[in-house]
Design a protein around this ligand. Structure first.
Ligand code: GDP
Length: 360
């Protein structure tokens, strides 16, 4: 559709997202058109073609890699006789499945309801009668509200609850500030290895508790929520680890805003560990994306250590940048983690460190 990014790469990402939501992907369809069709988004002929294909493989759902209007969803569903969702709905569904802590759950549900409101008429009555239900799932086991009046009152309740949660967070932050504990935030593109690194640091610490390991999977998302854990390495070093609501590349702006509240914690960090997947051909693009997100958050002048991860998969490490602010590690295979801890110690220069995880 757009010329400003690689469509095939974007469709591959969408496929990974669909898999993360629990779908099996049968086919990827790309159509070149001079303009978006107001009624069907794609051309009428393409609608027919996809319908025939879906019937032949007994597909449950078609996912569009863009934002659709309520009427487009309604028109396509009527023409194809199948559930239709768009990219934002898919991303929100994944967030809903992964959110663990109270604030994350509330934020996701609020974003879902706000996104659904103007599209309610578009969501077919038979939505997900047999499909995977992707797009209709709220945080936890909940099904999303479908009645307009109920949605409005639920939105109101969530906003109230979020206010209270936010106040609590501010009190906690003030307490931490008082204790003068420096903060280290782990940032980086999805799948760079942030959760793995966090878990490794956790395992290396003396306070390791298996049940508090963050959820690591080879998917686009791993950790989406806020929780605190304390790590004691020895007398010289103590970490408190936090994971925070995250987001993926090209996340619509209203969603970024929805999650900004938790992401703003990075603004209070004293040091950032920027985890980069050195084994990915696109690592430079991913590095820039993360820096762009930090810029959007108003984080421009923080001390950053570039942590090139997965060097076990890099055949020629000489192509990677090398300077005082750069480390080459493998979180998975425990390469150079002691060097990393030493670098953190040097930057912070004190005994106690608080570490946060962010997943753009
Ligand atoms: P996150 O999205 O940044 O939190 O990334 P994860 O920690 O979930 O890691 C994504 C994938 O990369 C997982 O399959 C990890 O096992 C894998 N991974 C992480 N670190 C390394 C590493 O040092 N080497 C290799 N080969 N794989 C790694």
């Amino acid at each position: 559709r757009k010329n400003d990014f690689d469509i095939e790469e974007s469709m591959d990402e969408l496929k990974e997202l669909a898999k993360a939501a629990g779908a099996d992907v049968e086919a990827i369809v790309i159509q070149n058109r001079p303009a978006v069709d107001v009624t069907y988004y794609i051309g009428k002929g393409k609608v027919e073609e996809i319908k025939v294909f879906c019937d032949s493989v007994e597909a449950d759902m078609v996912i569009f890699n863009d934002v659709l209007s309520g009427s487009q969803i309604r028109n396509i569903e009527a023409a194809m006789d199948i559930d239709v969702i768009d990219r934002t709905t898919l991303i929100l569904d994944i967030f809903a499945q992964r959110a663990q802590a109270k604030e994350g759950k509330l934020q996701v549900e609020l974003a879902q309801l706000k996104y659904r409101m103007p599209r309610l008429k578009g969501l077919g009555k038979q939505m997900s009668k047999q499909g995977a239900g992707i797009g209709t799932r709220g945080p936890g086991e909940k099904k999303l509200e479908t009645d307009r009046r109920h949605i409005l009152s639920r939105i109101h309740d969530i906003e109230q609850e979020l206010k209270e949660v936010k106040q609590n967070r501010e009190v906690q932050r003030a307490q931490r500030k008082k204790s003068e504990i420096p903060i280290v935030a782990v940032v980086g593109y999805t799948n760079a290895g942030k959760s793995t690194l966090m878990n490794r640091l956790l395992q290396m610490s003396e306070t390791y508790q298996e049940d508090r390991e963050v959820f690591v999977k080879d998917m686009l998302f791993a950790t989406l929520d806020v929780s605190l854990r304390k790590l004691v390495f020895n007398e010289k070093l103590t970490f408190i680890l936090t994971d925070t609501v995250g987001f993926v590349s090209k996340l619509p702006h209203d969603l970024v805003n929805a999650f900004k509240a938790t992401l703003e914690e990075v603004q209070y960090a004293d040091l950032l560990l920027h985890v980069i997947d050195a084994s990915n051909d696109n690592f430079e693009m991913q590095r820039k994306t993360t820096l762009g997100v930090l810029h959007d958050l108003g984080v421009q002048s923080k001390k950053i250590i570039d942590v090139y991860n997965k060097i076990d998969k890099v055949s020629d490490a000489s192509v990677l940048p090398k300077d005082d602010n750069t480390l080459h590690i493998s979180a998975l295979n425990k390469i150079n983690l002691d060097k990393l801890i030493e670098s953190i110690r040097q930057e912070i220069g004190v005994k106690v460190i608080e570490c946060k995880l962010l997943i753009p």
